[in-house]
Ligand binder design. Structure first.
Ligand SMILES: Nc1ncnc2c1ncn2[C@@H]1O[C@H](COP(=O)(O)OP(=O)(O)OP(=O)(O)O)[C@@H](O)[C@H]1O
Ligand SMILES: [Mg+2]
Length: 625
């Protein structure tokens, strides 16, 4: 990462529904940078008009009339392997949509601030590795040098800390502050528990749900109105994309109004049929009770994983536009017995924190940069898939449990599974259970070109090194093979270097092509396609994966205890990286039994001891909760 010093420090909150840019003014104070329309926030919406790409407010308006040409909520689709968004006859990766939004934010900021190309972009703390990479790729596609990404709750805590004065102007607390940040945005929910001691900002646990945000509340209202409409007129407005969009806009307006008022009337008409649906706060809370309960469950989970209770929390910070809903404050205060602090703008504080962090990295604010240190935790379990030596079945071996403080380095010894193994493939996974179910494959670290007749159970040392920057580096080495071993890491998801070159060219050309590019046209478009010849790949695989018997041999003599340290020095050979499916590894020492974790998918179950509404009903006046 190259950082040019003394540049404008810009932080970008790339939100699911709205994005915000902030910078540090001459006094080091974070300020929101207005867009060209004069607004503090820019809708994260892209309209593929016939002659140009339109981003922001105008694109949002177009969603009602030309929904097939408009993309919204692309942040939710980031990091999904091979996923393309169909729009205007094209198939566009979510990274490209995010890049178009970032480009508009950048151009508008340049208009206000002058030249800039470096920034910090925020991501939900709960974003996994592929989603983080996709965000960084979007920055590159937009021509931005993303000097770092910062977790949204950490940015919010920084903004609150500095602006609310529980840290001094040098960024120092007088005593330990345990801060819980509850961030309910448009598309994602994040909760992080942080300890701020002196100049140290340390996340101690984080949890979240990347499919839970204000849009889900909108859908509940829209569904309610659509069902009434269906009963009265026998037509479901949700079956038409334009009507559905119009209904969602009405629903969002009603939701916002209910943050100020007790009751609203939603008016909706279609094909000459009109309906008026009254909605009060009580009914709204009933329609969305399970959603707010999911945030409660996740918040409790974060506290539990941090080994803390509400009594340990000294500040409860609430950010994200959806936190303006009264049900959020009510639920949190009844759960925690703490007063919610919502003194900073729910929309802008994350971008402000990102600007402060950019100031630290780019050294534009000397006072802060010499002092503040930020420590993160990893938000998902990290492990690898191997073969269980007893059962022969797939097994996930935990390397770094979630909520480990970064940087963290862990090493374990495994072994090859059979004789004459040509290569070793370490499948790196995030999340999932002990058998590897529900895990996300995030990379494949391949050691290839092993010598012929390599005995089974040859030791394989694997190291996971998770840096402060939230990026994971994996090394695999066969110490007994020595210098011939080779290490590569390959990502299973996200855009490749060639894809990035291709899409950067398409963005530059205005993305106006209406037909989906073929594989051939893509190859032609990428001059630097230094792909590995297929023949090379085939010859490096002495036994194709599909036919590889799952044989787990007796372990070789391995140390009883394996101490993580510097990985065995192996001289990398010059082979390009190609995923190998030819070999597996088995672990040769007892795998410590990790605590059983539920699969990391969005939780829909109700909190064990009842949701906030049911709890509220249980507590009758005069009764001690
Ligand atoms: N007064 C209000 N009452 C209720 N909801 C509101 C209010 N104001 C904004 N919202 C909701 O807040 C959401 C947008 O919040 P925010 O801008 O923090 O999200 P985001 O940053 O786009 O999304 P995320 O952080 O999930 O990526 C929208 O769903 C919007 O409807
Ligand atoms: Mg947000």
């Amino acid at each position: 990462m190259t950082i040019a010093r003394n540049q404008v420090a810009v932080g970008i909150d790339l939100g699911t529904t709205r994005s915000v840019v902030a910078h540090l003014d001459n006094t080091g104070r974070p300020c929101t940078v207005q867009n060209l329309e004069g607004d503090a926030t820019t809708p994260s919406v892209v309209f593929f008009d016939r002659k140009s790409i339109v981003v922001g407010k105008e694109a949002l308006k177009a969603a009602e009339y030309e929904p097939d040409r408009v993309v919204q909520f692309a942040k939710r689709d980031l990091g999904k392997e091979g996923y393309r968004i169909p729009v205007a006859g094209q198939q566009i990766p979510p990274e490209v949509i995010q890049a178009l939004i970032l480009r508009k934010l950048k151009d508008d900021a340049i208009h206000r601030l002058g030249p800039l190309d470096q920034c910090v972009v925020t991501v939900p703390a709960y974003f996994n590795e592929p989603r983080r990479k996709a965000t960084q790729d979007a920055g590159r596609l937009a021509g931005l040098n993303v000097v770092d990404i910062i977790n949204e709750p950490t940015a919010a805590a920084l903004a609150y800390g500095v602006q609310r004065g529980f840290v001094s102007s040098e960024g120092k607390t007088e005593s330990l502050e345990t801060v819980l940040v509850y961030d309910l945005g448009g598309g994602t929910f994040d909760v992080t528990l942080m300890e701020i001691v002196g100049h140290d900002y340390a996340a101690i646990a984080t949890a979240g749900d990347v499919y839970l945000g204000g849009i889900d509340w909108d859908h509940r209202i829209a569904d309610h109105v659509a069902e009434q409409f269906l009963i009265q007129f026998g037509v479901d407005p949700r079956t038409n994309a334009s009507e559905q969009q119009r209904l969602l806009t009405e629903a969002e307006d009603a939701k916002r109004a209910l943050s100020q008022r007790d009751e609203v009337i939603i008016r909706f008409s279609m094909d000459g049929n009109r309906i008026q649906v009254p909605l009060d706060r009580g009914l709204f809370e009933t329609l969305c009770g399970d959603l707010i309960d999911r945030t409660l469950l996740t918040t409790r989970k974060a506290l539990k994983e941090a080994n803390r209770t509400w009594k340990d929390v000294s500040r409860l910070l609430v950010v994200g536009g959806s936190s303006r809903m009264p049900m959020v404050q009510e639920m949190l205060e009844s759960e925690s017995n703490l007063k919610v602090d919502r003194s900073l703008s729910a929309d802008e504080s994350v971008a402000h924190g990102a600007a402060i962090y950019a100031g630290i990295l780019l050294k534009t604010d000397q006072k802060l940069s010499s002092t503040i240190a930020i420590h993160n935790v990893n938000s998902h379990d990290l492990g690898l898939l191997g073969l269980d030596k007893d059962s022969g079945g797939q097994r996930r071996s935990m390397m770094i449990p979630r909520n480990s403080r970064l940087p963290v380095k862990k090493g374990k010894r495994f072994a090859t599974s059979r004789q004459n193994q040509a290569s070793v493939s370490v499948k790196v996974v995030e999340g999932g259970d002990d058998e590897g179910r529900h895990a996300t494959l995030i990379g494949n670290c391949v050691v290839r070109d092993l010598p012929p007749d390599l005995p089974a159970a040859t030791p394989v040392d694997v190291f996971f090194n998770y840096g402060d920057d939230g990026r994971l580096h994996v090394t695999a080495a066969l110490p007994t093979v020595g210098t011939k071993a080779e290490m590569t890491i390959e990502r299973e998801s996200g855009l490749s270097g060639d894809d990035l070159t291709y899409w950067a060219g398409r963005i530059e050309a205005g993305l106006l092509e209406t037909s989906t590019p073929t594989a051939e046209s893509k190859v032609a478009a990428v001059e630097s396609a230094a792909a590995v010849p297929i023949a090379n790949v085939a010859s490096s695989l002495r036994a194709p994966a599909a036919k590889d018997p799952v044989v787990v041999s007796k372990p070789a003599v391995v140390p009883k205890t394996f101490v993580a340290g510097t990985p065995a020095k192996v001289a990398p050979t010059l082979k390009p990286s190609v995923p190998s499916k030819s070999a597996t590894i088995s672990e040769t020492r007892n795998i410590p039994q990790p605590e059983k974790h539920a699969p990391e998918s969005p939780s829909t179950e109700a909190p064990a001891s009842g949701g906030w509404k049911s709890r509220r009903q249980q507590i009758t006046p005069g009764e001690t909760p």
